[in-house]
Ligand binder design. Structure first.
Ligand SMILES: Nc1nc2c(c(=O)[nH]1)N[C@H]1C(S)=C(S)[C@@H](COP(=O)(O)O)O[C@H]1N2
Ligand SMILES: [Mo]
Length: 376
């Protein structure tokens, strides 16, 4: 039976435990810690509703008492301070739309199979985030001239292979990225307070970077004078090439690579002969999408010559969000076809047929291809 909503501050305490479950609309890749992705057909909207938004947790969702929760800002700053949830919600808010893509999205398309969660193409979503710019908190604290990086610490903890004891989920940003106006301490997602599974009560949102930087259940912001050596930064979210260890440091995973996906038709569907509009989304990290092209193998080209058709962008190209696209295509002949989509951003980056293999299958942006059968 529904109870009358509690009044006043006690509702805040309840908030951080609301929505700790995986939405039934998602495909579960791992139950605990929760990893779940969206079927591509459900990603066919400008903003991904919260119950269609993928989940990627490394550890169990932490239990947080909102009355005791604080965000600490410290390290190489002149005036360290902490804020309660109420204080944080009282700050001037900023609202923006940004896409979040897991660095391991599309890992299953990598061959030979790479190490890590076997994501298909649904570990991404676009949301409207509201929160306080991280830059505002950093200026209030007074970042010292010696500062290099900002370390974001989550409340979730657990063990990782090869690491002694329990560790927190932590990631670092170069100071300049942390100070960008769109880098947020987000409190709301698509108009609602953050749910537990998406990082309540506060999470970082780092538009333009892969999802790992958008640290959930944020409790601490530490300005650092040296490069952060934490597990997730130096061992996990890194590009490990094939071949002998060279002793040179591996590259960290940071900015989103240009990429696109087909949201309709779905993989392996059978269609009656006819004309169709193929639909999907395209995005890039630090640049807006310039164009999206589609090709279908057909008897005319016999797969030998690719003819790329220019898709129409449905959303205003934006640096930190995806643009949906649509492309009419003639599928009047019977047969088996492969639809391929390729995006190019305004900086001139385009998608490769096969992204370079790396041990952890990070930042895979190979051309998305979908098989369809046309039958009367
Ligand atoms: N504290 C914490 N923050 C985290 C993670 C985590 O496991 N713990 N996962 C990261 C990764 S790898 C991704 S892709 C995004 C996923 O955000 P979402 O679950 O809200 O979609 O959160 C990031 N922030
Ligand atoms: Mo991720």
């Amino acid at each position: 039976m529904a109870e009358a909503p509690a009044r006043g501050r006690s509702t805040l305490t309840d908030r951080s435990s609301v929505g700790g479950e995986i939405s039934e609309l998602l495909e579960v890749v791992n139950r605990e810690p929760a990893c779940a992705e969206a079927p591509p057909a459900l990603l066919d909207s400008a903003i991904t509703p919260n119950d269609r938004f993928f989940v990627r947790n490394h550890f169990p969702v932490p239990t947080i008492d909102l009355q005791k929760w604080k965000l600490e800002v410290g390290g190489a700053v002149a005036r360290p301070f902490e804020l309660t949830y109420e204080e944080l919600t009282g700050r001037p808010p900023r609202t923006l739309r940004a896409l979040l893509e897991c660095a391991g999205n599309s890992r299953r398309a990598m061959y030979p199979p790479a190490e890590g969660v076997p994501w298909k193409h649904g570990a991404l979503g676009a949301a409207e985030w509201q929160g306080v710019p991280l830059s505002a908190l950093l200026s209030e604290a007074g970042v010292l001239d010696s500062a290099q990086e900002v370390v974001l610490t989550g409340a979730d903890r657990g063990t990782e292979p090869g690491v002694p004891g329990e560790i927190a989920f932590e990631m670092s940003l170069p100071l300049a990225k942390a100070q960008e106006p769109d880098t947020l301490v987000a409190l709301r997602m698509n108009g609602e307070p953050l749910s537990a599974i998406h990082g309540a009560p506060a999470r970082a949102i780092v538009p333009g970077w892969y999802g790992m930087a958008s640290v959930k259940w944020l409790t601490r912001v530490t300005v650092s004078n040296e490069p952060f050596g934490g597990f997730f930064r130096t061992q996990s979210y890194v590009m490990i090439p094939e071949g002998p260890d060279t002793g040179t440091p591996v590259l960290p995973v940071t900015t989103l690579r240009v990429k696109s996906m087909i949201t309709w038709p779905g993989e392996g569907v059978t269609l009656a002969p006819g004309s169709y509009a193929v639909r999907g989304a395209a995005w890039s990290g630090e640049s807006a999408i310039a164009r999206v092209e589609l090709t279908a193998s057909s008897s005319k080209t016999n797969g030998a010559v690719e003819r790329w058709l220019l898709a129409r962008l449905l959303d205003e190209p934006s640096t930190h969000n995806w643009s949906r696209w649509e492309c009419p295509i003639d599928l009047s002949e019977e047969g088996h076809f492969v639809l391929r989509v390729r995006a190019t951003d305004q900086a001139g980056n385009t998608q490769p047929a096969h992204a370079p293999w790396n041990y952890r299958g990070m930042s895979t942006n190979s051309i998305h291809a979908v098989r369809v059968t046309v039958r009367r």
